[in-house]
Design a binder for this molecule. Structure first.
Ligand SMILES: Cc1cc2nc3c(=O)[nH]c(=O)nc-3n(C[C@H](O)[C@H](O)[C@H](O)COP(=O)(O)O)c2cc1C
Length: 147
C-alpha cells in the first residue's frame, strides 16, 4: 500500500527550501540549510476516513531504507523532528489524510570542527542504548527477557 509520500527539495526548488527551513527550530536551521537535498516525509495517517496508524510504522521503514541508501552512497543524513508541523501543513498544503513526520536533510558529511556547537555536542556525546531487559520480555510484560 505504501502509505507515505515524500516532498523532495533540491536546487530546483529554492522557494520550497526556504519555506521548509523556516519551519525548523533555530538549532536545526543552522545546519540543515547546508543540505543539498531535503526529504519531507509524510505518513498517510487516515484511510477511508478512519485513522490509519500502520502508516507510522511503514513510513519508519521507508525512512530507514532511505537512510541506508544515503549512507551507501557516501552521503549522510540526520532525521529532524524539530519543526513546526502545523506550519508545514499550511505552507505545503498537506491534505488532512497525511501527517508530516520527519525531515531528512541529505548532504556530504562535513568536518566536525566546522560545525556549530550544538551539532558538535550531538555528534560527540556518548551513544547509549537501553538494556535488553528494558525492551524485551518473555511471555508478558512483567518478565524481563533475560531473567
Ligand atoms: C524521529 C527523530 C527525530 C530527530 N529529530 C532531531 C532534530 O530535530 N534535530 C537533531 O539535531 N537531531 C534529531 N534527531 C537525531 C538524534 O538527535 C540523534 O542524533 C540520532 O537519533 C542518533 O542517535 P544515536 O546516537 O542514539 O544513535 C532525531 C532522531 C530521530 C530518530
Amino acid at each position: 500500500m505504501q502509505p507515505w509520500k515524500y516532498i523532495v527539495i533540491d536546487n530546483r526548488t529554492p522557494e520550497a527550501k526556504n519555506k521548509l527551513i523556516s519551519t525548523m527550530m533555530e538549532q536545526n536551521q543552522v545546519w540543515a540549510k547546508n543540505a543539498s537535498v531535503l526529504f519531507l516525509s509524510l505518513a498517510m495517517t487516515e484511510k477511508d476516513g478512519e485513522p490509519y496508524i500502520n502508516a507510522y510504522h511503514d513510513l519508519g521503514l521507508a525512512n530507514e531504507n532511505l537512510t541506508l541508501q544515503v549512507v551507501s552512497l557516501g552521503l549522510n543524513t540526520t532525521p529532524i523532528g524539530g519543526f513546526d508541523k502545523k506550519r508545514v501543513i499550511e505552507l505545503f498544503n498537506i491534505p488532512s489524510d497525511y501527517t508530516p513526520l520527519v525531515i531528512y536533510p541529505v548532504g556530504y558529511p562535513g568536518k566536525l570542527e566546522d560545525q556549530v556547537e550544538y551539532v558538535k555536542g550531538r555528534e560527540t556525546k556518548e551513544r547509549t542504548r537501553k538494556n535488553i531487559n528494558e525492551i524485551a520480555f518473555l511471555g508478558d510484560l512483567n518478565t524481563p527477557y533475560n531473567s
